[in-house]
Ligand binder design. Structure first.
Ligand code: FE2
Length: 152
């Protein structure tokens, strides 16, 4: 995982510290299936996740651009957004406590939890490929609620 301020400024808190400050959880988990599932189960038990699935986006995914547009605008969910990256990579922009963008690039082996009610957006990298495990407390909570009048 790589974390930077999208627009650096001299007084900025260290980006990792700012990310922790808004409740984002990041861990590296081993990808070997016998090691991964116990790690995901531990997280699920600790945070109350009850469902798990796998999602994949590839260059040849039907309606890839339309799917990506849904998550490229700033939004939040009433459930946590939990992603463990199995393959590929992706970019999460996440709002800091002072409403600036933290850019988080994730790759295989990264587990990221964007907590409920925290504004963020998601984009693929130029490779346009990511395969992730998702965990949910309640699938109904994982609907984007778009932000109106957000700062740039
Ligand atoms: Fe989201």
């Amino acid at each position: 995982m790589n974390v930077t301020w999208l627009e650096p400024h001299p007084d900025a808190t260290a980006p990792l510290q700012a990310l922790a400050g808004v409740g984002v959880v990041h861990e590296r988990l081993p990808a070997a299936p016998e090691a991964l599932q116990p790690g995901l189960d531990r997280l699920a038990a600790a945070r109350g996740y009850v469902e798990q699935d796998i999602v994949e986006l590839r260059p040849e995914t039907v309606d890839l651009d339309a799917i990506c547009r849904k998550f490229a605008d700033e939004h939040l969910h009433t459930d946590d957004e939990v992603r463990y990256v199995l393959e590929g990579e992706g970019i999460f922009d996440i709002r800091s406590a002072d409403d600036r963008w933290l850019r988080v690039t994730v790759e295989a082996g990264d587990l990221l939890v964007v907590p409920a009610n925290l504004h963020h957006r998601f984009m693929l990298t130029e490779r346009k490929h990511i395969r992730c495990v998702r965990l949910f407390k309640d699938r109904g909570g994982w609907v984007p609620h778009y932000r109106q009048g957000a700062p740039a």
